[in-house]
Design a protein around this ligand. Structure first.
Ligand SMILES: [Zn+2]
Length: 169
C-alpha cells in the first residue's frame, strides 16, 4: 500500500509505504485506537480514500499518545499472543503426510529424497519430503504472515503529522 501525502509539509510527509502484510495489521490498529477519526475510511483498499489535513493531524496525535502511554506495546503483546494460538494449517500438497507423492512430487523426487540427519531425527523417517511444508505435514497459520511493530506505528504517525492529509493508493 502506498500512502500519499496530500499537502506534505516536509519530505517525511510525502509518502508512506507498507506492503500488504504490514499494512493490514497497522490499519487494524488504527481502527482500534482511533475508530471515530477513521470512521468511513476504506483503509484496507487502495482506492484513494484517506483523511484531510485535520484528520491526519488528529490521527497522528492519537497514535503518538498510544505509543507513549503503553497502549501500542500492550496491543502488540496481545496481537502476538493471539497469533501464537492460531492453529497450524494442514498441508494439502502432501495430504498432511509430509511426503509429496502427486505427479509434481514424483517428478522432482520428493517422495524418495533422502533427508538430512537432523531432519530425519525430528521427522522420524529417513526419506521423503514435501516442498509445501518442508516435510512436516502442516504449515504455520496464514495469520502469522502479518507482522505488527510499534516502530511501524511511529513511522506512520510521523508521516501523518507532516502529510497535510493522505490518500491510500
Ligand atoms: Zn506438505
Amino acid at each position: 500500500m502506498d500512502v500519499i501525502g496530500r499537502a506534505p509539509k516536509s519530505e517525511k510527509g510525502e509518502y508512506f509505504r507498507n506492503n500488504v502484510w504490514w499494512w493490514r495489521p497497522l490499519w487494524d490498529y488504527v481502527e482500534t485506537v482511533a475508530p471515530d477519526v477513521v470512521e468511513g475510511v476504506s483503509g484496507h483498499y487502495n482506492d484513494g480514500d484517506g483523511l484531510d489535513g485535520e484528520g491526519a493531524e488528529r490521527l497522528s496525535q492519537i497514535l503518538m499518545i498510544s505509543l507513549s502511554d503503553g497502549t501500542c506495546e500492550a496491543y502488540k503483546k496481545q496481537y502476538y499472543a493471539e497469533m501464537a494460538n492460531l492453529p497450524n494449517e494442514e498441508c494439502n500438497l502432501c495430504n498432511k503426510t509430509g511426503i509429496r507423492t502427486d505427479e509434481v512430487g514424483i517428478t522432482h523426487g520428493m517422495n524418495t529424497q533422502e533427508l538430512p540427519e537432523d531432519k530425519a531425527i525430528v521427522l522420524g523417517r529417513t526419506h521423503g519430503t514435501c516442498n509445501g511444508c518442508d516435510g512436516v505435514g502442516w504449515k504455520p497459520n496464514w495469520g502469522t504472515h502479518y507482522p505488527f511493530e510499534t516502530e511501524n506505528v511511529r513511522e506512520f504517525a510521523e508521516f501523518l503529522a507532516e502529510s497535510g492529509g493522505f490518500s491510500i493508493c
